[in-house]
Ligand binder design. Structure first.
Ligand code: AMP
Ligand code: ZN
Length: 487
C-alpha cells in the first residue's frame, strides 16, 4: 500500500515518492509574527504534525521546516504604533507562538528559520534571478518579470491573459505588468533595512520563503504546504522565483489545507469573529482544538459551531473515560495479564483500516473515526460495571492503552491524564450548557437527605429533575454528579 497525496499542482492524487529514498524534505509557510495567532492559523501546524509523524512511522526521515516571517509591513506598523523596535514585536510574538505551540504539544520542527537571519541568502537569490534574466530593476526596486517565466500561473491554474484581464498597472507603479511582483524594495525612512546591490532595502514577502527553502532544504523539496489562501499569489511566486534561480523543479507536492470558519462566516479581523488559539485553549482546551481539526479532512472547510464543540467534547469524554477505565483496571488487577485474542484481532483490523486512510492523502477524519470505533469495541467488552476485574480485562486494557498511545502520539491527542481531563471537560460542559451548579448541588443534597429518610419517591423525583437539567449522579466524582454526555 503506497502513500498517495493530493497535489495542488496537478489537481490529482498522486503516488508519493520522495526525491531520496526514505527521506522527506518538507516546508510549511509559518506565521507573520506581529500578533497572537488565531485558531485557523494552527490548522496547518496541527495537520502537518500528523503528516510528519505518519511519514516518520513509515520509516522516512523527515526534515520539517516551519518559518517565522519576522520582516513584514504588519510588523513595522505595529512597532511604529507602539513606538518600539520591530525586534521587540517579533521576539514577543515568537515567544507567544511557542507558548501556544507547546500547549498544543506538537512535535518541534527540525528548523524554525527567521527571515532576518537569511538576508544574505535572499540577496544572493535575487541577484541570481536578475542574472538569469527573470527580473528588472527600477529605482532601487527589483521586480520579477512574470512574462519570462512560461510556467507562471500553473499552480493557480490561471494563464497570464486571465491574470492581466481587467487589471491595470497603476500610474506610479514601476511594474511592467500587473502580476509582476517585488523581490526587493527600497526602505522608507524609519523602516528596518539591509544593504544590497540595489541600495538599502528589504525583501518582498514571497522571496523570503524561497530563500529559506533553498538555504535549509536545497533546490528541490518533496512537500511544500500552507493554507489555500497562500496558493496564489504567494506559492505561485515562490515557484517562479525558485525555478528562475535554480533552473530546476521547486517542489514535487503542494499540499494546501482549507480554511476554518466560524458558523457560516469566514474568520476575519474585520468581522470581529477571530478567536485566538490562546483564548480558545483557555476557554476550552488544546485537546478539543486538535480533535476538532483532525476529525475533518484537511482539504475540507470546517465551520466551528457550538454543536460541533459539544459533539467533540462528548467524544473526548467517551475516549478519556475508556482510558481511565483501562488504567484503573491495569492498576487494580494483580494477576499477570492474559491476552484477549478476539479484542487484539479487532484492534489489528482497525490498524489496517487506519493505514489505508492515512496512506490515502492523510485522511485524519477516518483515523479519528476508527479510534472511536476502538473505544466502542473496548467498552463493549463490558467489564466497566464488574466489581472484580480479571486478568483478561487487564490484558485487553494494556493492549488498548498501547494502541491508543500509538495513535495519540501520532496525532498529539489522548496523552493527558484521564481524570483531570474528564474533570476539565465536565467544567467546560457546565459552562457551555449554562448549568446552575448551586442549584444542582442543592438538589443532590436534598436527594441524599431524602434517601437517608427513606423517602424513595422524593429521591426519584429529584433524580428525574437532575436529568432534565442535563446532569447525572456519578459516584466516581468527588462532587457526586457530572454533566450527562450524549451517546
Ligand atoms: P498568515 O500569518 O496570515 O500568513 O497565516 C499563517 C497561516 O495560517 C497560513 O498558512 C494561512 O494560510 C493560514 N490561515 C489563515 N487563516 C486561516 C483560516 N481561517 N483557516 C485555516 N488556515 C488559515
Ligand atoms: Zn511562504
Amino acid at each position: 500500500m503506497s502513500q498517495v497525496i493530493y497535489n495542488s499542482l496537478t489537481g490529482k492524487k498522486e503516488k508519493f515518492i520522495p526525491l531520496t529514498e526514505n527521506e522527506v524534505k518538507m516546508y510549511l509557510c509559518g506565521p507573520t509574527v506581529y500578533d497572537f495567532l488565531h485558531i485557523g492559523n494552527f490548522r496547518g501546524a496541527i495537520t502537518f504534525n500528523l503528516i510528519r509523524n505518519w511519514l516518520e512511522s513509515n520509516g522516512h526521515k523527515v526534515t520539517f521546516v516551519y518559518n517565522y516571517t519576522d520582516v513584514d509591513d504588519k510588523i513595522i506598523k505595529r512597532a511604529n504604533d507602539e513606538g518600539v523596535d520591530t525586534s521587540v514585536i517579533t521576539e514577543r510574538f515568537i515567544a507567544e507562538f511557542e507558548k501556544d505551540f507547546n500547549t498544543l504539544g506538537l512535535k518541534p520542527h527540525s528548523f524554525n528559520p527567521r527571515v532576518s537571519e537569511h538576508m544574505h541568502d535572499i540577496v544572493a537569490m535575487v541577484e541570481k534571478i536578475i542574472s538569469n534574466g527573470h527580473a528588472y530593476v527600477v529605482d532601487g526596486e527589483v521586480i520579477y518579470d512574470t512574462a519570462t517565466f512560461g510556467e507562471y500561473g500553473r499552480l493557480a491554474k490561471r494563464n497570464l491573459d486571465e491574470l492581466e484581464a481587467g487589471k491595470r498597472v497603476a500610474v506610479d507603479d514601476k511594474k511592467k505588468r500587473p502580476q509582476d511582483f517585488v523581490l526587493w524594495k527600497p526602505a522608507k525612512p524609519g523602516e528596518p533595512s539591509w544593504d544590497s546591490p540595489w541600495g538599502k532595502g528589504r525583501p518582498g514577502w514571497h522571496i523570503e520563503c524561497s530563500a529559506m527553502v533553498k538555504a535549509i532544504l536545497g533546490d528541490t523539496i518533496d512537500i511544500h504546504g500552507g493554507g489555500v489562501d497562500l496558493l496564489f499569489p504567494h506559492h505561485e511566486n515562490e515557484i517562479a522565483q525558485s525555478e528562475a534561480c535554480n533552473c530546476t523543479k521547486y517542489a514535487n507536492f503542494w499540499v494546501h489545507n482549507e480554511f476554518i470558519n466560524f458558523g457560516a462566516e469566514k474568520m476575519s479581523k474585520s468581522l470581529g469573529n477571530v478567536i485566538t488559539a490562546r483564548n480558545f485553549m483557555e476557554k476550552y482546551d488544546a485537546e478539543i482544538l486538535k480533535y476538532l481539526f483532525l476529525s475533518a479532512h484537511y482539504r475540507t472547510q470546517m465551520s466551528i459551531t457550538d454543536d460541533k464543540l459539544l459533539q467533540t467534547i462528548s467524544a473526548l469524554v467517551r475516549i478519556y473515560s475508556a482510558l481511565e477505565l483501562a488504567q484503573q483496571t491495569v492498576n487494580e488487577v494483580n494477576d499477570e495479564a492474559v491476552s484477549d485474542a478476539g479484542f487484539d484481532k479487532k484492534l489489528a483490523g482497525f490498524d489496517s483500516k487506519i493505514k489505508k486512510a492515512l496512506n490515502d492523502d492523510f485522511n485524519s477524519a477516518e483515523l479519528i473515526s476508527f479510534v472511536f470505533e476502538a473505544v466502542r469495541t473496548f467498552n463493549a467488552l463490558g467489564f466497566a460495571n464488574k466489581k472484580k476485574k480479571n486478568a483478561t480485562h487487564k490484558g485487553a486494557s494494556q493492549i488498548f492503552l498501547e494502541w491508543m498511545k500509538k495513535y495519540g502520539d501520532m496525532s498529539a491527542l489522548f496523552n493527558s491524564e484521564p481524570s483531570p481531563m474528564l474533570n476539565r471537560l465536565d467544567e467546560i460542559l457546565i459552562e457551555m450548557r449554562n448549568i446552575d451548579k448551586e442549584k444542582v448541588e442543592t438538589l443532590v443534597q436534598q436527594r441524599n437527605t431524602a434517601r437517608e429518610q427513606k423517602d424513595w419517591t422524593l429521591a426519584d423525583t429529584i433524580r428525574v429533575e437532575l436529568e432534565t437539567i442535563g446532569v447525572e449522579l456519578f459516584d466516581g466524582h468527588e462532587r457526586g454528579w457530572k454533566v450527562k454526555v450524549n451517546e
